[in-house]
Design a protein around this ligand. Sequence first.
Ligand code: MG
Length: 203
Amino acid sequence: MKIICIGRNYADHAKEMKAEVPTAPVFFMKPDTAILRDGYDFYFPDFTQDLHYECELVVRIDKVGKNISEKFAHKYYSDITLGIDFTARDLQQQCKEKGLPWEIAKSFEHSAPISQKFISVENLDLNNLTFELKKNSETVQIGHTSDMLFTIDKIIAYISQFMTLKKGDLIFTGTPAGVGPVQIGDVLEGFLEGTKMYEFKVK
Ligand code: MG
């Protein structure tokens, strides 16, 4: 199983990161050991002083595919959920400055907390979903999938040009504006269409 994450898929987040709005999806990967299931605590890692949350809609692939066309991409998934793309922002900044890959900032243990619940896309309008992250009961991020630069189907078509997608693979589809730091003691709660999807404590 692999985890593929899209960067800069919301123009307002690209702007807050002072990054260019991309003309094609930007992606990077996390190993399966990055997964943290809802119900387990997240332990703040020693190697960063600036850990950021990024709340993201996550798609689960349920069929093997390669070179999938955008038109048929919807046949390759049936469930979505909500996760966090934890980012060691200080390390990421150092990597960017040196032109190095981002893995130490993005792919560490439990950097991909995810809900246990998956929601069927059958009766959903995927281009019109709202999700929300609360930190210590205060809303810090609100995302609307209508603001995505690249739709789920476009993302799948793009990624599958480069690698085979397999059943169980997860795609984190990017974060809206409002990313920020977490500290020990914080509680992060994610909501998709008003339904609580996860609650993670930072220890
Ligand atoms: Mg992200």
